[in-house]
Design a protein around this ligand. Structure first.
Ligand code: ADP
Ligand code: GLC
Length: 484
């Protein structure tokens, strides 16, 4: 197998810094790629948590003035991940969430912060670190979108480039006057390059100039070529369709393993789900729900944003109550949704439990103790919580979009597709259609054999990275062969 060197560029990497699934992917893929002969190093910003957790840090380069202040490039590692860290304190030494202030607004200098990251990615791509000259630079989401653009405008020998879209809704839009201060040529400001509705978009930069574009499921790869799903980039992606593909995400099955999970109350294996009931009881306690094994417990683990469709689930609460089901929701995000969920929990003690916040440990218990996991997204590039649910024996109830469509087999489509049913899918994405699925799931829950079969099929589904990492490895090798 021809060895391949890849520089991945990501603004968050599990288990160091995480706000969503991007971190999970950026943290798991390099490890899964080792078996495929791919040596991947990941470049990320030196946020305080990164600086604290980095082991064996060695300074590779330093600059007295990097985008307005002193900066260094470090190499180091953390839990099996080989990292480059861009330590530029005036840009990254800020507590909390990587993108927003404590008040929840974007840092005003995000344009410069992530241009700086992409600039050094391009430089590593062109040989800044002689010990690691990559064959491919792989940029994740808008924060890394300028890397392919810098390489393009440098107009020198360069590695191949891949841009992966994890979410079309985050486009990295900035005022055009940023161009001058981040070292891009002014002629880039036109509609065929970086210009986007009068400003510039870092995501567009990546989509325009990367050799290949991937997104995280085949269905989302199709959806984003439409005007609606493309969220402004449908036309661009239709024009680049020949280099666009969808590769499904996996999950790290050692982090998500009910047999060895340190975060759940009782561990269990696929052959014996008896201990799920004990986890359910603990979950009911933690969410102040009535203790009952007979009431189906619906779980949600999610960012609270328009994308996730959780306003539709609020509308379906009367059905949950009428059907004798319970709901446990763990999430954080939009103020309005947080308030509405807390109000509905106060109004329905014992039946609806809500924890507002980000809690990794509770997320594991939710997977182990919920009977079903609900993901009613309006759009979902891939989605990871439904994959964790399959692995834990919680039956997914999902909308028929993006990666949810690709990863769950609906009870009614199983026979025709020759695959085993693993959950419930609804369309269109409305409160009524969701309510219909909830009713169907409730009936199935009370038919113990049907429910066990759904759980068993889920547990037998391969949700690991092993095959999917092979698809990325093949993509890198393809690119290299094309340039040889
Ligand atoms: P997205 O990246 O759009 O938020 P994904 O389903 O791809 O959606 O990934 C979300 C990841 O974040 C999963 O690993 C999920 O378990 C985790 N997560 C989301 N919300 C929370 C929360 N409130 N507490 C703990 N983990 C969460
Ligand atoms: C994004 C998407 C989610 C996907 C994740 C990882 O945050 O919203 O669907 O699973 O990225 O690719």
């Amino acid at each position: 197998m021809m060895p391949v060197r890849v520089l991945a560029v990501a603004s968050e990497v599990y288990p160091i810094v995480k706000t969503g699934g991007l971190a999970d992917v950026a943290g798991a893929l390099p490890i899964a790629l080792k078996a495929h002969g791919v040596e991947m190093r990941t470049l990320m910003p030196g946020y305080p948590d990164v600086m604290r957790l980095l082991s064996g840090a060695a300074e590779i380069r330093s600059w007295p003035d990097y985008f307005g202040g002193p900066g260094r490039l470090l190499a180091g590692f953390h839990e099996g991940l080989d990292l480059f860290v861009l330590d530029v304190p005036h840009l990254y030494a800020r507590p909390g969430n990587p993108y927003v202030t404590a008040e929840g607004v974007d840092w005003p200098d995000n344009g410069v912060r992530f241009a700086a990251l992409s600039r050094v990615a391009a430089d590593i791509g062109r040989g800044l670190v002689p010990a690691f000259v990559p064959d491919v630079v792989h940029a994740h989401d808008w924060q890394a979108g300028l890397a392919p653009a810098y390489l393009h405008y440098d107009n020198r020998p360069r590695p191949a480039t891949v841009m992966t879209i994890h979410n079309m809704a985050y486009q990295g839009k900035f005022a055009p006057d940023l161009i001058g201060s981040i070292g891009l040529p002014w002629h880039s400001f036109n509609v065929n390059e970086l210009e986007y509705f009068g400003g510039i978009s870092f995501l567009k930069a990546g989509l325009q100039f990367a050799d290949r574009i991937t997104t995280v499921s085949p269905t989302y790869a199709r959806e984003i070529q439409s005007d609606e799903g493309g969220m402004g980039f449908g036309g661009l992606l239709r024009a680049r369709a020949s280099v666009l593909s969808g590769i499904l995400n996996g999950i790290d099955i050692s982090v998500w393993n009910p047999q060895e999970d340190p975060h759940i109350a009782y561990r269990y294996g696929a052959e014996d789900l008896t201990f799920r009931a004990a986890n359910k009881a603990v979950l009911q306690q933690q969410f102040n729900l009535d203790s009952s094994d007979e009431a189906p417990l619906l779980g949600v683990i999610s960012r609270l944003s328009w994308q996730k469709g959780l306003d539709l689930l609020l509308e379906a609460v009367p059905i949950i109550l009428r059907e004798g089901m319970q709901l446990a929701l763990l999430g954080s995000g939009d103020r309005d949704l947080q308030d509405r969920y807390q109000a509905v929990a106060r109004a329905n003690p014992g039946r609806i439990g809500v924890v507002i916040g980000y809690d990794e440990i509770l997320a594991h218990l939710l997977q182990a103790g919920s009977d079903a996991l609900i993901v009613p997204s309006r759009f979902e590039p891939c989605g990871l919580t439904q994959l964790c649910a399959l692995r834990y024996g919680a039956v997914p109830i999902v909308s028929r979009v993006g990666g949810l469509e690709d990863t769950i087999v609906d009870v009614d489509e199983a026979a025709a597709s020759g695959r085993d049913a693993t959950g419930f899918k609804f369309a269109p994405v409305t409160a009524e259609a969701l309510a219909g699925s909830l009713r169907k799931a409730n009936a199935a829950f009370h038919d113990k054999q049907t429910w066990r079969r759904l759980q068993r099929n889920g547990l037998a589904t391969d949700v690991s990275w092993s095959g999917r990492a092979g698809d990325y490895a093949a993509l890198y090798r393809d690119l290299m062969a094309a340039r040889a």
